[in-house]
Design a protein around this ligand. Sequence first.
Ligand code: FES
Length: 147
Amino acid sequence: MCPRQFMSRRAFLGILLKGGTLALFGATLYPLARYLYPPRRGESSVSNVAAAKVGELMPNTAKVFRFGNRPGILIHTPKGEYKAFSAVCTHLNCTVQYNEEASIIWCACHNGKFDLNGGVISGPPPRPLEAYQVNLRGDEIIVAKQV
Ligand code: FES
């Protein structure tokens, strides 16, 4: 084997090893940096949205809708009232859902439970869900931030 060939093969392997090491660091550090310094998510600038049409929801059902850049949940209670909340769980930001059998708002992530006023029934959530105002405008159900 010629020394030049050996050196070039050695240099090639060195570059390959350094490149692989660099790629490994990048693949490890980038997600870690994104976790430690998440991108800023501005507060939703939307103050009200049409969450549903009147008659769209049967009593004891709910709908998750988009409220700016966050989810909201509109509930047509068993008593026929409309209630709306932020669908972002106050524990670790999972999206909550409506449990029709128990008529409660439920977070599947850690079994957090909220009543139909957004209050915590059980589980780890430290605070109630943010409540929104609900108004009817024509055939639309308008959900607005409380002032
Ligand atoms: S994120 Fe909802 S209970 Fe933990």
